[in-house]
Ligand binder design. Structure first.
Ligand code: URP
Ligand code: ZN
Ligand code: ZN
Length: 476
């Protein structure tokens, strides 16, 4: 087995930073060595069956774990434009070594069939390791039984329900309660898309009747109150179900954050994630751009007004651990032939933003601007996502025995984001076109194999393995 020594860097974890060398043996981390120890052990000379990666002046962090992606998701009459191959290669370029994607059960379809389809799409195609959550698009006796089976036999321990999208994925309160009770029995986590979809549909119909068809009306018809109301209701239902662990996905509104903060303060197992788009983008600067341009930023929950300081509140929430995780909700659609489906009717624009490649660099910019500490960056992007979804300590940490998923990060590097700067996602535009950020992915290892180095992709589709997951390790 080949050994790799990542030498001379500063190893950053969720709890601190120290000068150390990382020794990798095969696919796992063998040791974290104090400076000088590698020389003493005769490990620092190339050729002695050790490949040395010089990380001087750089940070050495666990590979990024993105627990919210949608490769090839069928949505709004089309499908997300990244395949598992293109999406995981783009992820690797951005320092992500694990994704957890959402297998889909559509209403009327069996959960197992939906899961089998996701395995077919992913198997042999992923450049990095991957796991699945399961979307439950129809809560009934059969799907409730399937949830238990997936926890016990398939390594799927988290289930996404939707309070939005009536007629597509929507679950009513009774169905949600039953699914939560079921999850409580097996220890699984319920992930919630928390928006009041019934009320939103009324607002959408009224807006269209007034001739309000531009992309910005997507956000105006999904007000923050309806995100907060659904978040509150989801929390209440999870309490009634017996304090079942609840994870609110893609949070964008301050008011919803307050609901999570209050529940956490009261000691409940309620968690939330946000995404870079909600930290950096707004109605004013992006979604309300003239003509159809704003379609690039149509996603749900929607981008919010910067005058209402949602973005600043979310950064604060991240610092306070009211928001535990940053994921991307990577769900890319091209403008051509995809977003264009909603020309003249914002409600027909496929919902989603692509960003799997840019999470680490965008959040590192938060370190540069003082929003987050270096350790909190690692915690929210690597360590907590792994713990939250039963992948710890295999993923998300640099400790002996963990998978050798490691990113060498150059704090003196510089990254310009966009399709004009050759991003790797299969999209004809970027939500972050022209964004300039400090820091750069230098080298990425996935289970001991260098997959990105010297501005080249060295990995291969099929290297990535399916990760059966355990129960959340983040519960109180
Ligand atoms: O706009 C979004 N978020 N698209 C993906 C589906 C979802 O609700 O996460
Ligand atoms: Zn959602
Ligand atoms: Zn999503």
């Amino acid at each position: 087995m080949t050994r790799v020594l990542i030498s001379g860097g500063k190893v950053v974890s969720a709890s601190g930073r120290s000068d150390a060398d990382v020794l990798i043996d095969g696919e796992t981390i063998a040791a974290v060595l104090a400076p000088g120890q590698a020389e003493t052990l005769g490990l620092s000379d190339e050729g002695r069956d050790v490949t040395v990666i010089d990380a001087s002046g750089k940070y050495v962090i666990p590979g990024g774990v993105d627990v919210h992606t949608h490769m090839e998701l069928p949505f709004g009459g089309t499908a997300a434009s990244d395949t598992f191959e293109t999406g995981t290669i783009a992820a690797a370029w951005g320092g992500v070594t694990t994704i957890v994607d959402f297998a889909v059960q559509r209403t009327g379809e069996s959960v197992q069939d939906g899961l089998a389809e996701w395995h077919r799409k992913a198997e042999g195609n992923c450049a990095i390791d991957y796991g699945f959550h399961q979307i439950i698009g129809g809560v009934d006796e059969e799907s409730l039984k399937a949830m238990t089976y997936l926890v016990d036999h398939e390594g799927i321990t988290s289930f996404k329900l939707f309070m939005a999208y009536p007629g597509v994925f929507y679950a009513d309160d009774g169905q949600i309660l039953r699914a939560m009770q079921n999850a409580g029995e097996s220890g699984a986590m319920i992930m919630m898309h928390a928006e009041n979809g019934i009320a939103i549909d009324v607002l959408v119909a009224q807006a269209l009747a007034r001739g309000e068809t531009d992309p910005k009306f997507h956000s105006f018809t999904r007000p923050a109150e309806l995100e907060a109301e659904a978040t509150h209701r989801a929390i209440s239902l999870s309490k009634v179900a017996g304090n079942v662990p609840l994870y609110i996905v893609h949070m964008s509104a301050s008011e919803a954050l307050e609901e999570v903060a209050a529940a956490r303060h009261a000691g409940h197992n309620v968690f939330a994630e946000t995404c870079p788009q909600y930290l950096y983008l707004s109605i004013e600067d992006q979604l309300a751009q003239p003509g159809f341009e704003g379609a690039k930023w149509v996603c749900s929950t929607p981008l919010r007004s910067k005058h209402e300081h949602h973005q600043a509140d979310l950064w604060k929430g991240l610092r306070m651990n009211e928001l535990a995780v940053v994921s991307t909700d990577h769900c890319p659609f091209c403008m051509k032939e995809q977003k264009e489906l909603g020309l003249g009717d914002f409600s027909k624009i496929p919902n989603g933003i692509g960003g799997v490649e840019h999470r680490l660099e965008l959040l590192y910019q938060g370190v540069v601007t003082g929003e987050l500490s270096l350790e909190r960056w690692v915690e929210t992007c690597c360590t907590t996502p792994a713990r939250m979804f039963g992948l710890h300590p295999r993923k998300g940490v640099i400790v002996p025995g963990a998978d050798a998923d490691v990113v060498v990060w150059d704090p003196n590097g510089h990254t310009t984001i966009g399709v004009d700067h050759k991003h790797h996602m299969n999209m004809d535009h970027s939500a972050y076109e022209g964004f300039e950020v400090d820091g750069k992915v230098d080298t990425v290892l996935s289970r001991g194999t260098v997959v990105v180095a010297d501005d080249q992709f060295h990995g291969r589709p099929g290297h990535g393995r399916y990760l059966p997951r355990g129960l959340s390790q983040y519960l109180q």
